[in-house]
Write a protein that binds this ligand. Structure first.
Ligand SMILES: [Zn+2]
Length: 551
């Protein structure tokens, strides 16, 4: 049952990387939508109908008054902000169950903590649950005294600094109003630092000082500190922008360090699923829950990385503020390329999923016919390998190749001086192709149907990649300059992939059939693309707004 809950969270985790504009685009491209691709097969058509009937972004259905603008906010039937926007307790509950499910996490957090023994509360040690509860209470108390979320507050310190005895700050984060995940030292520094906020942060002191100062003449000097790094601030409205540093649930000065660290944690915990997570007498279904939870963690880390490919770092500096900062700053090309590598290496390769025969024969489903367990009855005990991994890979390709994200990369090319080697739209498209079709470079001579030159997961990925390129190549002209350029790049890619396929020699039937089919699909798509009025890709079904198949 727990495993199914993790399963349901994954589509929402994947949606974090989509701006309102990208969500609008997804509405007409359901095969790109992670909520569709990561839904259980029996729920997929309902999910498509639901998405078609909802506004593209939650912001379009909330009240338009500024949050906290009403004089009774926080007093009347509200515990925090308008529309119940505070998701922090739910998020921390997920973090808590992660630590509870994987005992290794608690062992890691206990390292060097002299108080790490004593009483247990519902299977969780007091030394852990106490500070976690205090953290949530500090956050919610912040709302009741007027504070907004601060999603830049997690970007103050390096992972290595936080996990070091020499750390000189009282709090590991700028504010208790951040959605801050647990700080776990996975080889990031010499010692495990505070795993959560132990006290309020510098931004909180500053914001309260401003809000509760009645002497108006003192306000300008308080405000003059606005550009101090420890006081960095961005809130819910800003989280919809293309600034990756305002993402919820990320961590550290360089969130790519955090993404890498979390992926190391996932790899480390996966190999303990059968031996350490499932105890004698436990159901093997626990291994499935643990695996699904780690898929969430992995994909959330990949999503954090994907956000750093494009966009800008934004701040609220005004003319005349100390420091003379531009309100829009650039992400370094090194960071952009590192982000792209993290996404590709942790989603496109078979080894990224750490699935083996032993694990796949054990991670089953516990079935319960009661509230919250109904979905388990419709879930096969055997893990749906190709559907699940294929859905994750399709979602990763969507993150990288959707025209809205690539349009931002394209704008970045113009915004920067031409001597700066920024990541270009052409480079992103080419890098994805190189990773997805890497087998064509060095096709092994002797292969068999049991050990094919291209594995079943990779054939599935390559088909997905082709579907996406073909769909982009056949899109009707949307009038977007970036989309037009993307279309010509995609056509070039299709031509080059076809040339590489046609000169590749495989000896196993699966690979030969796959490549022959791929070559034919590309040829037909290239033939069709200049036909007058050509529209949606002919090679797979697209569902319209009413859930009916169209061709
Ligand atoms: Zn909150």
């Amino acid at each position: 049952m727990v495993g199914l809950a993790w399963h349901k969270l994954l589509p929402e985790v994947a949606m974090q990387s989509y701006s309102p504009e990208a969500r609008e685009w997804l509405k007409t491209h359901p095969n790109w939508d992670p909520r569709v691709r990561l839904a259980s097969p029996f729920e997929r058509s309902d999910v498509i109908k639901r998405i078609a009937s909802e506004p593209a972004h939650p912001s379009l259905q909330t009240q338009t008054e500024l949050l906290g603008d009403d004089e009774f906010d926080g007093l009347s039937q509200r515990v925090s902000q308008v529309n119940g926007k505070c998701m922090y307790p739910a998020f921390q509950a997920a973090e808590l169950s992660m630590a509870r499910l994987h005992p290794e996490v608690l062992s890691m957090l206990a390292e060097g903590n002299e108080e790490a023994d004593g009483d247990m509360l519902d299977g969780v040690p007091d030394w852990f649950i106490g500070p976690m509860l205090r953290d949530v209470i500090m956050h919610e108390t912040g709302h009741t005294i007027g504070l907004r979320h601060n999603f830049k507050a997690s970007t103050l310190h390096d992972m290595a600094d936080m996990n070091n005895d020499d750390f000189e700050h009282e709090a590991i984060c700028g504010s208790v109003m951040e959605y801050s995940p647990i700080n776990i030292n996975v080889g990031d520094g010499p010692t495990q630092g505070d795993f959560t906020m132990m006290t309020i942060g510098p931004y909180d002191y500053w914001a309260i000082e401003y809000g509760y100062t009645t002497d108006e003449e003192s306000l300008p000097s308080i405000l003059s500190r606005v550009n101090e790094p420890l006081l960095a601030y961005a809130t819910d409205e800003d989280a919809m922008d293309a600034d990756p540093s305002t993402r919820r649930f990320d961590w550290a000065k360089n969130p790519l360090d955090y993404a890498d660290s979390q992926i190391r944690l996932v790899k480390q915990l996966r190999v303990t699923l059968l031996d350490r997570l499932v105890k004698d007498g436990d159901s093997w279904g626990k291994a499935r829950s643990g695996y699904e939870m780690l898929l969430n963690k992995q994909f959330s880390s990949v999503g954090i990385a994907a956000d750093w490919l494009s966009g800008t770092l934004n701040n609220k500096s005004r003319k005349g503020d100390p420091g003379d900062r531009n309100p829009i700053e650039e992400i370094s090309p090194e960071t952009q390329r590192r982000a792209l590598r993290i996404v590709l290496e942790n989603t496109m390769r078979d080894e990224a999923w750490q699935l083996d025969s032993d694990l796949l024969h054990k991670m089953t489903v516990e079935k319960w016919w009661d509230a919250g367990g109904m979905g388990s009855m419709r879930t096969e005990p055997a893990f749906p390998i190709h559907d699940r991994i294929g859905g994750l890979q399709a979602s990763a390709l969507s993150m990288l190749l959707n025209p809205v994200t690539l349009g931002r990369v394209y704008d970045g090319e113009f915004r920067n001086e031409s001597n700066i080697d920024v990541l270009t739209m052409a480079e992103v498209v080419q890098s994805v192709t190189d990773e997805v079709w890497s087998e064509l470079e060095n096709m092994p001579r002797k292969t068999t149907n049991r050990n094919p030159a291209i594995s079943s997961l990779r054939r599935n990925l390559q088909n997905e990649h082709l579907s996406k390129l073909i769909e982009l190549s056949l899109e009707q002209d949307s009038g977007s300059p970036a989309a037009r350029t993307l279309q010509s790049l995609v056509r070039l890619q299709l031509n080059e992939i076809k040339d590489a396929i046609d000169s590749a020699n495989a000896s196993d039937t699966y690979t030969r059939a796959h490549l022959a089919d791929a070559s034919t699909r590309i040829r037909k798509a290239l033939d069709a693309q200049f036909a007058v009025g050509s529209a949606p890709a002919p090679s797979f079904n697209i569902r319209n707004r009413f859930g009916e198949d169209t061709q």
